[in-house]
Design a protein around this ligand. Structure first.
Ligand code: HEM
Length: 157
């Protein structure tokens, strides 16, 4: 049976797609900052193997679980959607068939809860104290931010 991996064009075509995708993500104005200081080559290789496995290539994915890989990044719903859109654009630009692209994006969507930082789900508000702690802000920075947000007037009050 022909797999989506083969339909896309096999290893070489998928590598080109993933290399383009991670280059776009790393340099993106909205989510690029989340990748500062991260290992571009490793992420590209892991994203390739993760995608190849999903597409039926029969390869092993030796990386961290999706939850563990993203645990220390303050990823919110908008960041998730931005990466999703960049992936959709990359697949379109490489001529990937709409059916394959749709099932790939559905797989991405099924992993959303494992990628998002706790308490940033849709409809929830950013917990500033928690997020500052996650990104390693000093106790002084956390206190300063806390006081600043407490004194903000609430619209409608
Ligand atoms: C379902 C969607 C996603 C998938 C399948 C995915 C996949 C991956 C993979 C395979 C890795 C490498 C794991 C390893 O090194 O062992 C990784 C790392 C990373 N991802 Fe994602 N990712 C997703 C969503 C996101 C989003 C939305 C963001 C931010 C906008 C993001 C940011 C990162 C960062 C910053 C790393 C490096 C983590 C570190 O080394 O500390 N990812 N991702």
């Amino acid at each position: 049976m022909t797999t989506d991996f083969e339909r896309i064009g096999g290893a070489q075509a998928l590598r080109e797609i993933i290399e383009d995708f991670t280059a776009r993500v790393f340099s993106d104005v909205m989510i690029g900052f989340l990748f500062h200081g991260k290992d571009h080559a490793r992420i590209t290789e892991m994203e390739y193997l993760f995608a190849a496995r999903h597409l039926g290539a029969g390869v092993a994915y030796p990386g961290r679980t999706i939850r563990n890989a993203h645990r220390s990044s303050p990823i919110m719903g908008g960041h998730f959607m931005r990466r999703r859109q960049i992936l959709a654009n990359t697949l379109r630009d490489h001529g990937v068939a709409a059916t394959i692209s749709a099932s790939w994006l559905a797989h991405v969507d099924s992993l959303r809860d494992q990628v998002l930082a706790p308490s940033t789900g849709e409809g929830s508000e950013c917990d500033h104290a928690e997020q500052l702690q996650r990104v390693g802000a000093s106790p002084q920075q956390q206190q300063a931010r806390h006081s600043a947000t407490k004194s903000l007037p609430i619209v409608g009050d």
